[in-house]
Design a protein around this ligand. Structure first.
Ligand SMILES: Nc1ncnc2c1ncn2[C@@H]1O[C@H](COP(=O)(O)OP(=O)(O)O)[C@@H](O)[C@H]1O
Ligand SMILES: [Mg+2]
Length: 406
């Protein structure tokens, strides 16, 4: 798949941009703070409706639009995919309300209004960022976000379930806080409805993550072995916040690769749901005391292990970089297999981030991709093979000069 046209209005430091994009490798180069990463973010946003790392959607709207009556940003992408042409229009509006302002997203796909959730899967992307290192070294919420964004791009059922789960979870938590404030008194049967709902959506989320991590591990293990000269074995350990396969207290973990430990894959969704409900019942007093739901996928954790040692705890910088690269390349292979086509690849500053060997390995693996958009402050650091047929555009202060050949 590839992006053939991109149009931006008031997105980050792009006041206005109309860009036709060719297939193959596109190198965006230029000094710092010119808009290279912002362009990748625009493509990523069209695919996922998510900003990069922890930034809020509001930050995406150009500062110049701040004083407009209705400040807004608009992105339009046209993609060529195996399912035909896709035109994705996304508008971000800040609406004034009595208590300040509210952000609204409007989405059209091929001219038809859609919900935000329906955006995912139309345009698939895999993004490599210097900040990816935080996937190994950062908080568990980053890894859950990673699981959600990747899975949502290919699995609509998962996406629906995870969205519903979050809604139901906040309802249940609100009710738990009420009980907490009443010193534990109140009609606990009110929870039954939410427990059922939570368990049902939660079961889909848990099963989806389990399957994904297992498949991802298979790919990532081989890549890590290549990258480390056969020295390192990478494993992904899923630690579910509710472990349907173990006891009902939800605190046990299991290794995804170790099929003997977990019976989760054999469990039908109905059975997972049943066990989840039972576990919620079993910990209701604790949940009320804390005013929140203490088991479930909102507490899931994914750990990366090399030769049995947890990378987040013991890995060297270099090992962690290799681990993250293996994970991202595995994601790419996984996505190709699921969708039957190359996603659009977005590579931010990989030349500066990776050493020569890892960089060459990465660029070789993605050599056949339909479209790669990569940014760099120093194009000379890229291998000659990558540059030879590449389109090179200079980015300066929110404009892209497509006339310059080099
Ligand atoms: N909402 C916004 N409106 C205008 N400019 C912004 C906005 N958000 C970020 N910027 C600015 O855009 C510039 C480009 O950022 P970035 O794309 O990260 O640069 P690069 O990747 O080329 O180093 C930065 O100077 C940043 O401060
Ligand atoms: Mg940048």
């Amino acid at each position: 798949m590839r992006l053939s046209h991109l149009s931006l209005t008031y997105f980050r430091n792009y006041a206005r941009l109309e860009l036709n994009l060719p297939p193959g490798v596109i190198v965006l180069y230029g000094n710092n703070a010119q808009g290279k990463t912002s362009l990748l973010e625009a493509v990523y946003y069209l695919a996922t409706s998510r900003a990069l790392h922890a930034t809020s959607d509001r930050q995406l709207i150009n500062w110049l639009a701040k004083d407009d009556p209705i400040p807004h940003a608009r992105l339009v992408g046209e993609a060529e995919t195996q399912q035909g042409k896709k035109r994705i229009e996304l508008t971000l509006l800040t609406e004034k309300t009595a208590r300040g302002s509210r952000l609204k997203k409007e989405i059209r796909i091929n001219g038809i209004s859609r919900r935000v959730m329906d955006l995912l899967g139309h345009m698939t992307v895999v993004l490599f960022l210097p900040q990816d290192l935080a996937l190994v070294e950062g908080s568990p919420s980053l890894r859950r976000r990673y699981l959600n964004i990747t899975l949502c791009q290919t699995d609509p059922d998962y996406c629906r379930a995870v969205n519903q789960y979050e809604k139901v979870l906040s309802q249940r938590n609100a009710l738990l806080r009420q009980f907490q404030e009443q010193g534990g008194r109140g009609d606990r049967s009110l929870l039954t409805f939410w427990d059922e709902q939570l368990a049902q959506h939660g079961a889909t989320v848990v099963a989806g993550r389990y399957r994904f991590i297992r498949e991802l591990e298979r790919e990532a293990r081989e890549i890590q072995r290549d990258l480390s000269g056969e020295h390192e074995t990478l494993r992904l350990r899923y630690q579910p916040g509710f472990d349907a396969a173990a006891a009902t207290d939800g605190q046990m973990s299991f290794d995804v690769a170790d099929m003997g430990v977990s019976t989760l894959p054999q469990l039908p969704p109905k059975e997972i749901t049943k066990r989840f409900v039972a576990a919620l019942h079993a910990c209701v007093s604790r949940d009320i005391a804390r005013g929140m739901t203490t088991i479930g996928p909102q507490r899931d954790e994914l750990r990366l292990l090399v030769n049995g040692h947890d990378l987040g705890l013991y890995g060297s910088r270099g090992q962690n970089r290799t681990g993250v690269l293996a994970l991202k390349l595995a994601e790419l292979a996984w996505m190709r297999e699921k969708t039957g086509e190359w996603p659009i690849l977005l590579l931010d500053e990989v030349a500066a981030e990776l050493d020569h060997y890892r960089r060459s390995y990465l660029l070789e693996r993605i050599g056949q991709a339909e479209q790669v958009i990569l940014t760099t402050t120093e194009p000379d650091l890229l291998p000659a093979e990558t540059l030879v047929d590449a389109t090179r555009w200079r980015v300066t202060d929110g404009t892209i000069d497509t006339a310059l050949a080099s």
